[in-house]
Unconditional design. Structure first.
Length: 94
């Protein structure tokens, strides 16, 4: 039996918090007021700031921008810490 990966390769960024949480196997209803949930909320704000900055810089919509390097850790909830240099690339149109 093949192992099923519920999260396909992620191309492009999102402005939808539910979509972003799904990348980490989470739902909004999973978040509470504990330290981990607060860290994930902070990560969402950092992620959104980076996405908005690069969309404006590259004149591209979020789906055509992909964060990379150390900052790519913000793409998956719970996989990051702050203060990394930001790099990104434009995702080619299919």
């Amino acid at each position: 039996m093949e192992k099923i990966n519920p999260i396909p390769e992620i191309l492009g960024e999102t402005t939808d918090v539910e979509t972003w949480l799904i990348r980490g196997g989470l739902r909004f209803s999973d978040l509470g007021n504990d330290a981990a949930s607060l860290a994930i909320r902070k990560q969402w704000r950092e992620y959104q700031a980076a996405v908005q900055r690069y969309c404006a810089t590259l004149h591209q919509p979020p789906s055509h921008v992909q964060l990379s390097g150390d900052y790519a850790k913000l793409r998956i909830p719970g996989a990051a810490s702050s203060n990394y240099p930001i790099s990104c690339r434009v995702v080619p149109n299919p």
